[in-house]
Design a protein around this ligand. Structure first.
Ligand SMILES: NC(=O)c1ccc[n+]([C@@H]2O[C@H](COP(=O)([O-])OP(=O)(O)OC[C@H]3O[C@@H](n4cnc5c(N)ncnc54)[C@H](O)[C@@H]3O)[C@@H](O)[C@H]2O)c1
Length: 350
């Protein structure tokens, strides 16, 4: 049996990857230290997924902190992994501004720890990293023409064509937030271990990822948190841009399918943008309307605050055509409506 190590195995992407690779008959090893409950509160703990995962006899779990090199080394010494999917991380801009040192250790140092251990103990393994679109910072606004439409901002290139962000975009000279920089550092290290040390690896620069396992909190996981607010008629605070800020959304299942395709045909230090693309993009105002329609709720409890979060994108839509050109089998299988329906159904069961 092939062995996969999944870090952040109780989180949104990690837990989706655990389910996927159990079905593919891998021996699955998860690492998670329930950081989400420390950052956002017990309500958002991801521990609840572990009990179910442990029902599968090919799942094994380690509650360790990836910052601790010695603890992780013990695991790498025992197990010769074929695949490493590194999803663990500190996900919030606001938290990174409160404690940049902790953020850097969690996002950057932990990634180098894993890369170095891969190099030492399983150099043939394939290493997949969940990076972020925040590597592109606040997107050099001067290069775009941003138009304000009725329910969203939209971005056009110089020829007046609708636009989306590909991998050639610069990562320099813009505001990223400390989170954006710690993830960019990790992203560059993944590339470097690929190109310099010849570790088969890829960094997936993700837009908004979501799905029923998302423990969406105010500071991270916008769509999942918004659905919770609409369903429970709780106040949702929109930070700036009049609620017209745009994000594309991808279901965690479709992201894990990207990892699978890469595993079957890997490269060295590859970079791919990963997101739902234009068809699955929404502004917050549009998202509220879709959720209201699907859930049949007359929600009005959102509050628009004038000031946006520093470094927050006014608009971001992923161009995933580079990945699609190389991995022709891959496609989006769950659009934004299906994803919202799944989140609502899961919340009803809680
Ligand atoms: N969800 C998104 O919209 C999104 C978008 C872009 C990038 N990403 C990136 O993808 C990754 C996964 O995102 P997610 O939504 O699944 O996050 P998540 O918070 O749901 O899951 C991350 C998991 O990692 C664990 N973890 C964190 N630090 C750890 C450490 N030091 N040791 C052991 N476990 C640790 C947490 O306990 C948590 O269960 C993150 O690194 C994030 O930066 C996510």
């Amino acid at each position: 049996m092939k062995k996969v190590l999944i870090t952040g195995s109780s989180g949104l992407i990690g837990s989706e990857a655990v389910t996927f690779f159990i079905k593919k008959k891998f021996k699955v090893y998860g690492i998670d230290n329930d950081l989400r409950s420390k950052l956002f509160g017990k309500k958002y703990s991801t521990k609840k997924f572990i009990k179910n995962q442990l029902k599968f006899k090919n799942f094994h779990f380690f509650n360790v902190d990836l910052i601790n090199y010695k603890s992780i080394e013990k695991i790498f010494k025992k197990l010769n992994f074929d695949l490493i999917i590194h999803t663990a991380g500190q996900p919030s801009h606001d938290w990174s501004a409160k404690d940049p040192v902790f953020d850097f250790k969690t996002n950057a140092l932990a990634t180098v720890n894993l890369l170095q251990l891969t190099r030492l103990y399983c150099p043939k393994a394939i290493f997949i990293f969940t990076s972020t679109n925040k590597v592109y910072g606040d997107l050099h606004r001067s290069k775009f023409r941003i138009k304000e439409l009725k329910t969203r901002y939209e971005v056009f290139d110089k020829k007046n064509n609708l636009f989306s962000i590909n991998e050639n975009f610069s990562i320099d000279n813009s505001i990223h937030s400390p989170f954006g920089v710690s993830k960019t550092s990790a992203d560059l290290m993944v590339q470097e271990y690929g190109k310099y040390f010849k570790i088969k690896s890829a960094t997936f620069r993700c837009g908004c990822i979501t799905g029923p396992n998302h423990q969406g909190a105010e500071l991270h996981g916008f769509l999942s948190y918004l659905v919770r607010c609409v369903i429970n008629n709780k106040i949702y605070k929109v930070y700036g841009y009049k609620g017209k800020q745009v994000r594309d959304n991808i279901h965690s299942y479709d992201l894990v399918k990207m990892f699978w395709e890469f595993y079957k045909k890997p490269g060295y230090g590859e970079i791919y943008n990963a997101g739902g693309g234009r068809k699955n993009s929404v502004s917050i105002l549009e998202a509220i309307n879709i959720i209201k329609k699907i859930s049949n709720k007359n929600y009005k409890n959102f509050k628009i605050i004038n000031k946006n979060r520093q470094g927050d994108h006014i608009w971001y839509i992923t161009d995933f055509s580079k990945f699609k050109r190389k991995y022709k089998n891959w496609k989006i299988t769950k659009n934004i409506n299906t994803t919202i329906v799944e989140i609502i159904e899961t919340l009803k069961k809680i």
